[in-house]
Design a protein around this ligand. Sequence first.
Ligand SMILES: Cc1cc2nc3c(=O)[nH]c(=O)nc-3n(C[C@H](O)[C@H](O)[C@H](O)COP(=O)(O)OP(=O)(O)OC[C@H]3O[C@@H](n4cnc5c(N)ncnc54)[C@H](O)[C@@H]3O)c2cc1C
Length: 486
Amino acid sequence: MEYDVIIIGGGLLGCFAARELSRYRLRTAVLEAREDVCTGISRANSAIIYAGQDTRPGTLKSRYCVHANKNFDRLCAELGVRFARPGGLMACFGEEGYGRLLRKQKKGGQMGIEGLRMLSREEALEMEPLLNPEVYRALWIPSTGTVMPWELGIAAAENGAANGAEYHFCQEVLAISRDGRDFVLQCEKETFRCHALLNCAGLYADAVNRMAGADRYVIRPAAGDYLVLDKGIRTKVNHILFWEKEGKEKSKGMEAVPTVEGNLLLGPTERQDEVCDYRTDGRDLEQLTGDAKQLLPQLDLAVIRSFSAVRPRAFETGEEGEERADCFRVWAPEEILGFFSMTGIVTPGLTCARELGRDAAGQIAAYLGAEETKTFSGSRRAPFRFRRLSPEERAQLPPSDKTDLICRCEQVTREEILQAIHANPGAVTLDGIKRRTCAGMGRCQGQRCMTEILKILAEERGVPAERVMKDGPGSWILSGAVKKGV
Ligand SMILES: Cc1cc2nc3c(=O)[nH]c(=O)nc-3n(C[C@H](O)[C@H](O)[C@H](O)COP(=O)(O)OP(=O)(O)OC[C@H]3O[C@@H](n4cnc5c(N)ncnc54)[C@H](O)[C@@H]3O)c2cc1C
C-alpha cells in the first residue's frame, strides 16, 4: 500500500500528527503494532495539562506548553472531550522547598503563566483542607488542568480518520529501506511505501530511528507506579497537588490528581528498570502509600487499582559519555531526507500533543509541497454518555439500548458499548471498550459486566467469544467451552 505520509505509532503523538496532517492534501496512514490506539505511554500517565512551570524559559517545550495550556479548553470543546481546570497547588514543607517554589514562580511569570501566587500555610489549608497541616507554603497555579489522556487520543484519532487519515492495526514495522526517495516499510505480512515517514513509536522510537538509519539517541525506559482511589471516598481533594520532596529523602515526591471521572490518581514513583515492563512493584506501591499519608494524612486511601507507567528517557553520547538528551521537538535528521521523528518525548507530551503534531504536519507538508484542503473539519461530536444525563433527562428516555445498563458501577449502557465498537477506529478488546466508555473502571473493576461486554464484542465483531482479548496479544479471557453447546 502506498501513502504520501506514514506515521509509525498510534499513541497520542501519532494520533495528533495524523489529525494535523489530515488538514493537507496528503494520503496519510498510521501503522500501529497493537490492535488499538493509545495502548502505550498514552494510556498510563498523570493526566495533567501543565501550565509550564517546570519547563525552561525560552525552550520549544516551554513555548508549546504555555500555548497548549491556554488553548486546551478550545481543543477539548472541538473534540468533544472532557477537560477540567481545578488548578494546581505545589506544596513545600520547609525553606529549601520554598526557595524552589519562589524560583518557579519567577520563571513562570516570565513565561507568561497567568495567576501564579504564593500561598501562606493558612491559605493553602483553606483551599485544600486535607493537606498536611505542617505545609509551609504552596504555589497556586490556577491554569493547571486534567483530561483523560486516552479519551483525548481516541478523539484525535477519530477526528483524523473522519478527515481521511487511515489506521492499520497489528502492523509492527520490522524493517525500513529506501527505494529512491521513497521509504519501504516491512511489516510481518504487508509492505507499505511512503514519500515521508514520521516516527511516533514512543518507547521504541530509538529502534525505529535505527531502522531508518539514524542512531543518535538511545531510550532507557524508567517505570513508575500509580494508585487509583475510588470515586465514592468521603475525603475529597479539590486541586491537583504537586509535592517535590526536599533534602535527601529517597522518594521523588508525588502528584495527586482529581480526575475528570471523579477518581483520585496518586503517583508516579520512579525506578530505573531499563525494560518496558508494565508490572507494578510492591516496594514502590508501599512508598507511594507512605508519601500519600504524609502529604494528605486524613485521606481515605480506598484504592481500587494500581498500574505502572514507563518513561521513554532518551540519552545521547556527549563529550563526557552518555548524557540525558533534551529532544522535545520534531527531529528531522539532515542526512535522511523525508524522515521525521519524535524521540524521547516525555512530560508534558500529553499537554503538547497537538502542538507537536502541528509542528510535524507543517514540516512534512513543506517537505512534500502539500497544500491545505478546504474540507478539513476539526470538530467531533462527543459520544452519548448516560451517566452525564440529569435524573430528569434519564427519566425521559424510553427503554432502549440507551437505557440498558451494562456497567452499573460507571453507569455505562449498551448503546455506549456499541458506539465504541463501531467507531473509526473502533474497540476490539475489553480494554478498548473500557478506555472509550469507562465500562469496567469502577469499584468492581469489571467483575460484573465483563462477561456481558465480552458477549457484545464477540457478536458485533462476528468472532467466537474465545477470541476476544482483554488487552494485547495473548490476553484471552476464555480458553474454550467447558460443555458442548453451553
Ligand atoms: C509516567 C508518565 C507520566 C506522564 N504524565 C504526563 C502528564 O501528566 N502530562 C503531560 O503532558 N504528559 C505526561 N506524560 C507524557 C505523555 O504521556 C507522553 O508524552 C504521551 O503519552 C505521548 O506518547 P507517545 O505517542 O509518544 O507514545 P505511546 O503512547 O507509547 O505510542 C507509541 C505507539 O507506537 C507503537 N509502536 C512502537 N513501535 C512500533 C513499530 N515498530 N511499529 C508500529 N508501531 C509501533 C506502540 O505500540 C505505541 O502504541 C507522562 C509520561 C509518563 C511516562
